[in-house]
Design a protein. Structure first.
Ligand code: ATP
Ligand code: PRP
Length: 235
């Protein structure tokens, strides 16, 4: 309730409130929205609608000055970078791929945890196929991450950009391997694939527009503090 206290009792907040527009939070629906809700609630922010059932892209909250915009997970950094949202929550996968420029990234929220992996068809001789100097066809939603990973191994790659269902690509001969996220491993298993290389541990981060942090400091800083406390309490 730190944030609610600030809303009502902090005179600095009143000053900023007079000066500033609304506070806009960019979230993707699904796992990030679901896992963020309890943290927002601890900051005293409760969205008025569930984006899974509403077609609205701008969702009001219990505070008239705070709203949530619902965007694709991979678009969250773009909205925050350009200031269309003051802050948002994005996976490290999305942030690495985006480049993270112009974004302040104060907290690893430790939500939506998974691993970025290379995976192949069960039985595929990846060790042999990924020797330095070899050439591999890689299907992925993450071309920059994949390119860097294989460049560091000295393996040549042809990258095939996909937008989902990466696991299908090796099964139908579109690629030799995929670079994708793995959590339980159930999707790989169900499609007779196996993870063969770990690229990075992934979780979601709070990202803040740098200008918003300065101009709306008294609004944003209590939220950052509350999120920090929520992460500390859950770890
Ligand atoms: P887009 O709509 O842009 O294609 P998406 O479908 O990947 O994005 P989500 O599936 O909601 O969006 O994933 C959002 C974030 O959650 C990802 O960027 C990643 O950081 C994390 N994530 C993805 N898959 C998993 C998973 N299976 N388990 C845990 N976290 C995951
Ligand atoms: C992600 C990822 C894998 C799956 C891995 O897809 O792209 O397909 O999760 O999770 P698992 O190891 O627990 O099976 P998601 O569920 O986000 O679906 P998407 O294809 O819409 O991105």
């Amino acid at each position: 309730m730190i944030f609610i206290d600030n809303l009502h009792s902090n005179s600095k907040f009143d000053w900023v409130k007079n000066m500033s527009q609304q506070l806009t939070i960019a979230l993707s629906k699904g796992r990030i929205f679901d896992e963020t809700l309890p943290m927002l609630a601890q900051a005293g922010i409760v969205p008025n609608e569930n984006p899974e059932t509403s077609r609205k892209l701008i969702i009001d909250t219990n505070h008239q000055d705070i709203r949530v915009v619902i965007v694709r997970a991979s678009d969250v950094p773009t909205y925050v970078q350009y200031g269309a949202a003051d802050f948002g929550i994005a996976g490290k996968d999305v942030l690495i791929e985006h480049g993270g420029s112009g974004l302040y990234q104060p907290i690893d929220l430790k939500i939506a945890q998974c691993r970025m992996m290379v995976a192949v068809r069960q039985g595929f001789d990846y060790r042999k196929a990924s020797q330095p100097g070899c050439r591999l066809r890689i299907a992925t939603k993450y071309p920059h991450i994949a390119r860097e990973h294989f460049a560091s191994k000295g393996v040549h790659v042809d990258i095939i950009k996909l937008y989902g269902s990466m696991e299908l690509a090796p099964l139908v001969g579109l690629s030799d391997a995929i670079v994708d996220l793995v959590s339980t491993g159930n999707t790989l298993k169900a499609n007779h694939l196996e993870a063969v290389e770990h690229i990075a541990d992934i979780s979601s981060r709070l990202i803040v527009n740098k200008a918003s942090l300065k101009l709306k400091y008294n609004l944003i800083q209590p939220i950052i503090e509350t999120f920090k406390q929520a992460v500390a309490a859950s770890s």
